[in-house]
Each structure stands twice: as structure tokens, then as C-alpha cells.
Write a protein that binds this ligand. Structure first.
Ligand code: NAD
Length: 506
């Protein structure tokens, strides 16, 4: 924690968004937002007070009274305008994102772009929020459904996709007619706030979108608040489990997308060059800080001889500041992350894995204080080792060798996580067996990071998720709406008066 930025005029403060206004927090708790490549303090983010959080929820509750009745066309046009504003400001958004999070500029644009796709989907909400009608369920009686918004919804987001993940949440919730309170990651809230400014510019009415900042206290306040009807969370398994338990105990809907340990299988018949490139990108891109990264590769049979080539691909990647051209691997988000990843690498060595490539302490001229770890590869990794059991969330790849595809599938299914997986092969039969038998919610076939586009939904499974419906796409329309079922009968003047009917049939 540090002092109020009002006392340091050169350091900007991150604002709260309450009732349509970007306001300075009155809190005494602040945290630095730090450029992970340089350690420069970019801004200070407040930990909102309990009163500010209550005010944000109250303003969302007030705004819901009118927003829930806003026409489909009005809602759609706001998101069409928002889409245009995000496109027009893409480079600025990516630059802010890279400065506070560290990923390379092209990767930062990708982060914004994957969120933009959700905004585009939100603009077509009229097609998604359709009820059903059954004619003559009894003679002269129809039954139909309305998908009505819930009220105030809240979102809690992680540091690793500070543009995409907030955009998974508030556009869909708002497009469905809800109002929203967002709690971005306190590590990199600046690009999220710029996206919220653009949302207001696009015409989101005052109170419909609110933002509070903070950590555990703010999250608990949102989980407990009686006026919040649903919580969408993305982050670690530990925190997501806590949020799910606390929010559902308080009677809310909750969906929690959580940690991962994604495995790929490589068969020897795979297209070698394509597969090696895909693995290097998925294991080390964004410095391994993607929930759909590939930190474990299971080499089957002859593919076990590919280790030297995997190492060569990884060694060729350039480590550096995300602002520099040609860089493949940026810094880790924080000093704490750097320490955690370094210590896990030490554990890997101590517990007997073979260090094929050591990425610790890379030389990055001009950025000597950055939180850098270069691509690191272990072979001979086994369950029970910390580098296998924990989500490292850094550029560290574990290689495992097995003899058959059946062993590989069993190995992956024994891991509790179920976020993503991939197979590299040219055999249709092997790929089909994999997609049938693998117990993981998102499967890539020669596609290393199979994140679905928003006409589908994100469908992580098992320990990577709590709650049944996924974020964005069709599933989230179910999450953010309550189905009301109406059964109706109309009498016209010619209807013969009937005796009072005391039976329960229609
Ligand atoms: P995190 O769990 O530390 O933080 C997520 C959010 O929870 C933040 O807004 C943070 O302020 C809040 N928080 C932190 N500690 C808390 C506590 N004790 N009580 C209540 N709230 C708390 O996650 P992170 O480090 O920001 O993000 C990385 C994690 O997110 C990884 O585990 C990654 O796999 C996961 N992730 C998952 C997905 C997915 O779709 N499954 C996507 C992206 C990231």
C-alpha cells in the first residue's frame, strides 16, 4: 500500500465509475500500478471504501429500473457504437495494456480484439434473447417464455487479460438488460478503465456500468451484497472457489472460470514444423500467463525424440519489453510472480526433473529491472513434482513421455483441471478418439489454444470451473437472464360462459 496520489501530483490516480461519473476515491488504501518491464509507477489504484462500493451497487440498482425496459434496438446501437470506438482506439488500448501488464503490443491488440468480438456479439442481442412459444398447449391456451434481465450483476476479473475478460462480462450482461458493477484486477486496471470510458462515450447510460477497485474486501462485499443477483468471476482456483461458495451462499448465481494446467499430446505422425511452432507459441507466448497456455506436452512414442528441436524453437524466442519490435516473451506481471516462477524452477531441479533449457535471469539490455524469465523447459516431469502439480503461470514447459495415445489420454484425465487441451496429429482416427475420450472442456485438434469465438461459449470444465454456464456466447445469455414462463388464455365475447372449473387441468 502507498500514500494517496493526490499528495503526489505527478502520479495519476485510477478513478471509480459510479452513477455515470469517474470519481476520485476517498480511501486511504492505494496500490501502485507498475510497468513490469521497467518498474515505473504508472498510476495508483484505490481500494474503494465500503460506502463507495455500496453507492456503486445502489446506482446500478436505480439505473436498472429504466435500463431493463430499454428497447432491443437502443441497446444494440450502443454496442455498435462501442465496437466502432474500440476499433478506432485499438492502438492506444494496446499501448496502455502493454505498459501495465507487459505482454507484447501485438499480443495486447489480440487481447483487445478477442474482447471486441464479444462486443460485436452483444450488438446482436436481439437474436440471442428470444423466448419460445407453444401454441394451443390446451385448446385456446398458449405458453411462452420471456428471458428477462436479473438486475444488478457483478464481475471480478484477473490480471492476465485486462481487456478481453472485462469485455466477456459487462457487454453481455448489459446487452441483456442488466446493470453492472465491475471489479477489475488491481494489478492492471488502466486499460479496463479506458474501455469503460469508451463504453460511456458509446452511450451506456449513467449507473448502468459502474466500477469499483480493490482486492479481497471489495470482492467479499460484492459476494455478500443483497442487491447483486449474479457474479461472474475469472481468476485463480483458490479465489474462484471462495467467490463461488460465498456468492452462492448469499443466494446469487455464480460462474467462476479458474486455474488450469493444460496438456497437449504430440503423436509422431504430426506435421513436425507446424506442431513445434504451435507448442512454442502456446507455452511461452504472453510469458505463459494465459489460462489456455500449454505448460505440459505429452510426447507419445517416437515423438519423444523431438525434445532437442522443441528446445531449439524455445531458445530462438526473443525475451524483452513488450514495446520492442520482434519480442516474443515479455515480462511477468510482478516481482511476486517472478519470485514464484523462479522458486518453482528451483523446485523442479531439486525434485529431479531434467532442466533442458534454463530461462532464469535473461539479459535484456535497457530493461535490467524487468520481471523477465526466458523460456524454460523440463523433461522427465512426473506427477507429484511441484512443477507438475502447480499452475506455474510463467514461461515454463514440462515434457512428459509415454508409449501410447491411450496412456496419454489417461494421464491428462488424471489431472484435476479441465480448461483446455490439444492434440497434434495427422490421423483423423487418433484425433477423433482424443475428442471422444478426453475429459477436458475445450479441445484443439492441431490448434494449440482452442478458445471458442463468441458464437460459442468458453467451456472450461472440472476443477477449472464452478457453475454450469460459461462466460460470453449463448450460455451467458442464460446466465444473465431469468426465464419467465407465461401461460395465457383469452376470452372473446362469443365465448360461452362456463361453470367454475375446479379441476387442475387446463
Ligand atoms: P486471482 O485469483 O489472484 O485474482 C482474480 C481477482 O480476484 C482479482 O480481481 C483480485 O483482486 C481478486 N482477489 C485476489 N485475491 C483475493 C482474495 N483473497 N479474496 C477475494 N478476491 C481476491 O487471479 P490472477 O492472478 O489475477 O489471474 C491469474 C489466474 O486466473 C490464473 O489462475 C489463471 O489460470 C486464471 N484465469 C482463468 C481463466 C479461465 O477462463 N479459466 C482466464 C484467465 C485467467
Amino acid at each position: 500500500m502507498s500514500i494517496n496520489p493526490a499528495l503526489i501530483p505527478s502520479t495519476p490516480s485510477v478513478k471509480l465509475l459510479i452513477g455515470g461519473r469517474f470519481v476520485e476515491s476517498a480511501t486511504t488504501e492505494w496500490r501502485d500500478v507498475i510497468n513490469p518491464a521497467t518498474q515505473e509507477v504508472l498510476a495508483q489504484v484505490p481500494f474503494a471504501t465500503d460506502d463507495e462500493i455500496a453507492l456503486a451497487v445502489q446506482s446500478a440498482k436505480e439505473a436498472f429500473k429504466t435500463w431493463r425496459k430499454t428497447s432491443i434496438g437502443t441497446r444494440a446501437r450502443i454496442f455498435l457504437k462501442y465496437q466502432q470506438l474500440i476499433c478506432e482506439n485499438m492502438q492506444e488500448l494496446a499501448a496502455i495494456l502493454t505498459a501495465e501488464q507487459g505482454k507484447t503490443l501485438p499480443d495486447a491488440e489480440g487481447d483487445v480484439f478477442r474482447g471486441l468480438e464479444v462486443v460485436e456479439h452483444a450488438a446482436s442481442i436481439g437474436n440471442l434473447q428470444l423466448g419460445e412459444l407453444a401454441n394451443n398447449v390446451a385448446t385456446g391456451v398458449d405458453t411462452y417464455t420471456l428471458m428477462q434481465p436479473l438486475g444488478v450483476c457483478a464481475g471480478i476479473t484477473p490480471f492476465n487479460f485486462p481487456a478481453m475478460i472485462p469485455l466477456w462480462m459487462f457487454p453481455m450482461a448489459i446487452a441483456c438488460g442488466n446493470t453492472f458493477v465491475l471489479k477489475p484486477s488491481e494489478q492492471d486496471p488502466m486499460v479496463t478503465m479506458r474501455l469503460c470510458e469508451l463504453a460511456m462515450e458509446a452511450g451506456v447510460p449513467a449507473g448502468v456500468l459502474n466500477v469499483v477497485h480493490g482486492g479481497e474486501r471489495a470482492v467479499n462485499a460484492l459476494c455478500d451484497h443483497a442487491d447483486i443477483k449474479a457474479i461472474s468471476f475469472v481468476g485463480s482456483t483458490k479465489v474462484g472457489t471462495h467467490v463461488y461458495n460465498r456468492a452462492t451462499l448469499a443466494g446469487k448465481r455464480a460462474q467462476c472460470m479458474m486455474g488450469a494446467k493444460n496438456h497437449a499430446i504430440v503423436l509422431a505422425d504430426a506435421n513436425k514444423e507446424q506442431s513445434l511452432n504451435a507448442i512454442a507459441g502456446a507455452a511461452f507466448g504472453a510469458a505463459g500467463q494465459r489460462c489456455m497456455a500449454l505448460p505440459v506436452v505429452v510426447l507419445v512414442g517416437e515423438a519423444q525424440t523431438w525434445v532437442p528441436e522443441i528446445v531449439e524453437k524455445a531458445r530462438a524466442l526473443k525475451v524483452g519489453s513488450g514495446t520492442e519490435q520482434g519480442v516474443d516473451v515479455g515480462p511477468l506481471v510482478s516481482r511476486a510472480a517472478l519470485d514464484r516462477v523462479s522458486s518453482l524452477i528451483e523446485q523442479g531441479i531439486a525434485q529431479g526433473a531434467r532442466l533442458e533449457l534454463d530461462g532464469r535471469l535473461p539479459q535484456v539490455p535497457g530493461y535490467e529491472t524487468g520481471n523477465f524469465v526466458g523460456p524454460t523447459i523440463f523433461s522427465g516431469v512426473k506427477p507429484g513434482m511441484d512443477i507438475y502439480e502447480q499452475e506455474i503461470f510463467g514461461p515454463v514447459l514440462s515434457l512428459v513421455g509415454v508409449d501410447t495415445i491411450d496412456e496419454a489420454i489417461e494421464f491428462i484425465n488424471r489431472n484435476p483441471n479441465g480448461n483446455g487441451t490439444a492434440i497434434f496429429t495427422q490421423s483423423g482416427a487418433a484425433a477423433r478418439k482424443f475428442q471422444e475420450d478426453i475429459d477436458v472442456g475445450q479441445v484443439g485438434i492441431n490448434v494449440p489454444i482452442p478458445v471458442p469465438v463468441p458464437v460459442f461459449s468458453f467451456t472450461g470444465s472440472r476443477a477449472s470451473k464452478l457453475g454450469d454456464l460459461g462466460p460470453y456466447g449463448k450460455q451467458v445469455v442464460m446466465f444473465y437472464t431469468q426465464t419467465k414462463t407465461i401461460t395465457e388464455r383469452w376470452f372473446d365475447d362469443s365465448t360461452v360462459a362456463q361453470e367454475v372449473n375446479t379441476t387442475i387441468s387446463l
